[in-house]
Design a binder for this molecule. Structure first.
Ligand code: 13P
Length: 261
């Protein structure tokens, strides 16, 4: 059992004012939640003002990116230690960071470690490209990204983090993965975590699906064995669609979360 986790990744969208209005509206639309934890990842600029606003509601905040060193001469960067106490989650290794900003495994594992060090729960994003999928390399990519991203943390710490399976080919394309594929990938993720960090870590780690999730397909993933929630991009920009997904999740019969092992 456990609450489902639904994260809105707004990417480089919405101004601070728009973000604040959104939070206000979302709160009105969803009311008090029992079974769902909602996390918003707005622009970095909105984190501080929203932090005060969400304290009145029941939402948590995530940062979309940060630098792994705690302080120093790193012009333009924001550290996890500066974000401590403002955000509860940090998105790390998103495919846009890996592919557009050339982040490597080394950067990603340093960020995972920095988040843990600063009391921020890492949301480690992993997933294969269309080419890797066509080459039947999905499992290899998942394994490499898990090994690369989690190298510096302990099995206890791994049990507390979140893994988001986001196939690159499904992000922002409208081509979503089938629940069967997601179930298979999530099973494989837990098997790898068990292999690397033991059974308890594999049972405790939360695994999300992300990639073209919308109001119509969200339930099929929420009901997929082993899936603890969703990481949503475009559909989360529309507060009505996002609230609709949250409500569906909230009203789901409370089945024990099958770990899909
Ligand atoms: P879309 O939901 O727009 O496909 O984006 C998914 C994503 O990248 C969330 O981090």
């Amino acid at each position: 059992m456990g609450k489902k986790l639904i994260i809105a990744n707004w990417k480089m969208n919405l101004t601070v004012n728009e973000a604040s209005l959104y939070v206000h509206k979302l709160d009105k639309l969803v009311g008090k939640l029992k079974n769902t934890e909602v996390v918003l990842a707005p622009t970095m600029l909105a984190l501080q003002p929203l932090n005060m606003q969400v304290q009145h509601h029941h939402f948590n905040l995530a940062v979309q990116n940060f630098y792994w060193r705690d302080s120093g001469a790193y012009t333009g960067e924001v550290s996890a230690s500066q974000l401590r106490g403002i955000v509860q989650y940090g998105i790390i290794g998103h495919s846009e960071r890996r592919h557009i900003f050339a982040e490597r495994s080394k950067d990603i594992r340093s960020k995972v470690q920095a988040a843990v060090r600063n009391n921020i729960t890492p949301v480690l994003c992993i997933g294969e490209t269309a080419q890797e999928r066509a080459n039947k390399e999905t499992s290899d990519v998942i394994r490499d990204q898990l090994v690369g991203g989690l190298a510096n943390i302990t099995s206890v710490e791994v049990g507390q983090i979140v893994i988001a399976y986001e196939p690159v080919w499904s992000i922002g394309t409208g081509k979503f993965a089938s629940p069967r594929d997601v179930e298979r990938a999530v099973k494989y993720i837990r098997r790898q975590i068990e292999h690397l960090f033991g059974k308890v870590a594999a049972e405790n780690v939360r695994v999300l699906y992300g990639g073209s999730v919308n109001l119509d397909n969200a339930m099929s993933y929420l009901q997929t064995a082993g899936v603890n929630g969703l990481l949503i991009g475009e559909s989360s920009l529309d507060v009505y669609a996002f609230a609709g997904i949250i409500k569906k999740c909230e009203d789901m019969p409370s089945l024990p979360v099958k770990r899909g092992k």
